[in-house]
Design a protein. Sequence first.
Length: 200
Amino acid sequence: MNLVCLDMEGVLTPEIWIEFSRVSGIPELKRTTRDEPDYHKLMHWRMGILRDHGLGLPEIQAVIDKIDPLPGARAFLDALRDRAQTVILSDTFEEFAKPLLVKLGRPTIFCNSLVISPDGELLDIRMRCRDSKLTTVRALQGVGFETIAVGDSYNDLDMLLASKAGFLFRTTEKIRQDYPQLPAFTAYDELLSAITGALS
């Protein structure tokens, strides 16, 4: 039995932090897991910047409420869910994801959560499990699923490489060059065709 595991940001939705960087006028916050492989390091660095600027969860959520899925993402996801069971594996947070999931047709997501102060300051992150994407893929394989995975960043690579088939989508040229064994796509129709082929 197959199960397709999709990253969310960069695959189905814009990168939340890049959009927040644009709206807030803080260019440093454009840095994502495409640039920094260590997610804990990246998130604590981001929280320090937010603290320095007096920004917290309410300001981030106000930006997220205005973000739409990438053009074609909802149709791609609907078509994919007609073909196979699908779950989103994301390092984002419950506090960020909800409005985006509504716009995507409420798919299942496994993600993390934030520790928030009463005034909305981001204090810490609560990861669902260690190496969450790889751990989840291995657990799904352990209960009888063959996984097919799609991602765009360094933090997706382990789940892509551990799956029956792994695909890069709209990734960086460096990641493409460093992982030539992973087919890379930029269009949803091509990605859907590749996944459909891997399902058979």
